[in-house]
Design a protein around this ligand. Sequence first.
Ligand code: GLN
Length: 212
Amino acid sequence: MKENSPNKTVNFYGNDFIVDENVLIPRPETEQIIDEVLKLVGRPILPGVKPTPAKLNPKGIKILDVGTSSGCIAITLKKLLKDVEIYASDISEKALKIARKNAEIHQAPITTIISHLLKNVNITPDIIVANLPYVDKTWDWLDLDSLSKEPEIALFAEDGGLKLIKELIDTATSKYLILEADPSQHKQIIDYAKSKYSLIEENGFIITLSLR
Ligand code: GLN
């Protein structure tokens, strides 16, 4: 009988997550999304660091991770915020399979939804977090070889990399939107969103927006 190859794992925010060729490899810059959620709900980012005042009481709120891939963001949030309902969507069933496997390993109950962005999502989350594909294939600093082991669908987007982020901004009605994008794209995203969402914070790759 053919033996299954051992699962590769990658650490994200202190926990190991299984990855395969169907998911985006968790990256350190994405960990900031977790910190931004903790700040919104007034929880300390590090033990011993005074939390900022909560903008949102975490009790009973719903958080949706759009484009969850390995599930690393959604599962980390569930582990840190046990009384929050966590939803995780992705357009790829193969990715959601890995996300569900990771959720089981971490005993972090999350609800997975197969969906293009918010299309099949029939709840209104209080917070949406999203590390969507935002890489523009034509960027001259790109090292395409180093990205060749990950699914293109998880990395690249049209319209200078902004197609999906713009569509999410157009369709979202959640109070808070926490997005990852390349810092060179932030100004364009903030400008695009500004009649609907105002900027709360920009940290590293992460933008936190609030519904007007
Ligand atoms: N930050 C990743 C990179 O530049 C891209 C991740 C993404 O598209 N969401 O390789």
